[in-house]
Design a protein around this ligand. Structure first.
Ligand SMILES: NC(=O)c1ccc[n+]([C@@H]2O[C@H](COP(=O)([O-])OP(=O)(O)OC[C@H]3O[C@@H](n4cnc5c(N)ncnc54)[C@H](OP(=O)(O)O)[C@@H]3O)[C@@H](O)[C@H]2O)c1
Length: 265
């Protein structure tokens, strides 16, 4: 019997690439989506035509009842969930000066972002705990914005909260042999980033990668699938940055900028 991986928001973008990565690794993949059934079925078909196994299930992960129905269906049909990836892009970031952000919009962003991970985590943990012989892995998809990001106050606060939330879940779930980690990507070429970032911003970000390119969804998907691998059994509670070297280059540039000339007298 194949292990089961549930990837929230996997009809498009990073989630779709992650679903394919788990399909290639022999999992039965649950391709969750909000409204785009055709895209979800396309991901399922790309997995099954490569010899893998997958099914699409619609559920709005922000809605507790939807999440209950989703998890009950998987547990009823498969009796196990080995991997949960909380990836769904439930609220896109908006660039606004802080003074223009309303309290309502700020709260809505936090609510959208955190409701999905909270409900999914609680419901899936109970299924994982019922089968302690199956290794349990939870991976959250955060963002480098969780650490900083001028102009994205609501998004950055939401992702920063997710990072902290993941550490608490890791501390709780460890006693059941379940590992919990977070992957924090930089800019990735998806529908979401294309709406949020202008072509100039994308080019600017690509230049700041040591590899000189913007990341594609599979760059992040491979890390998510690797973190869920049994070989990562001793890694939990970590926030893993996947930014194609933007951070090192930024540090190097600021170091070079501040360095005194070696020949200074
Ligand atoms: N792209 C980036 O540059 C970037 C950078 C850092 C972090 N991230 C994070 O990576 C994750 C994925 O982002 P992405 O760029 O791949 O997003 P995307 O291309 O916009 O895809 C969003 C996916 O989430 C699904 N979704 C949206 N709301 C949902 C809901 N309420 N319930 C269930 N599924 C829902 C969509 O389903 P439908 O197709 O049905 O609409 C779709 O499959 C997000 O958590 C995002 O914050 C992205």
């Amino acid at each position: 019997m194949r292990p089961v991986a549930l990837v929230s928001g996997s009809s498009r973008g990073i989630g779709a690439a992650t679903a394919r990565a788990f399909g290639e690794r022999g999992y039965h993949v649950i391709v969750n989506y909000l409204q785009n059934e055709a895209a979800a079925l396309e991901v399922v078909s790309s997995i099954t035509s490569a010899g893998g196994s997958a099914q699409a299930i619609q559920a709005d992960v922000r809605d507790e009842e939807h999440v209950g129905r989703l998890v009950d269906q998987i547990a009823g049909e498969h009796r196990r969930i080995d991997v949960l990836v909380c990836n769904a892009n439930t609220a896109r970031p908006t660039f606004e000066p802080f003074e223009d952000v309303t309290w309502g919009a700020f709260l809505a962003k936090l609510d959208n972002e955190l409701a999905g991970v909270f409900h999914l985590t609680q419901r899936v943990l109970s299924v994982m705990r019922a089968h302690p012989q199956h290794r349990g892995r939870i991976v959250y998809v955060s963002s480098i914005s969780g650490d900083s990001s001028a102009g994205l106050v609501a998004h950055a606060t939401a992702k920063s909260s997710l990072n902290r939330f993941s550490r608490h879940v890791a501390a709780f779930a460890g006693q059941f042999g379940i590992s919990v980690n977070t992957v924090a990507p930089g800019s990735v070429e998806t529908d979401a980033s294309a709406t949020v970032n202008s072509a100039e911003i994308i080019a600017y970000l690509a230049e700041r990668s040591v590899f000189g390119r913007q990341m594609v969804p599979n760059d992040v998907a491979q890390v998510i699938a690797s973190v869920a691998d049994p070989s990562f059994a001793a890694v939990t509670g970590q926030i893993i940055t996947v930014d194609a070297g933007m951070d090192v280059l930024a540090q190097q540039l600021s170091f070079v900028g501040k360095r005194k000339p070696l020949t200074a007298d």
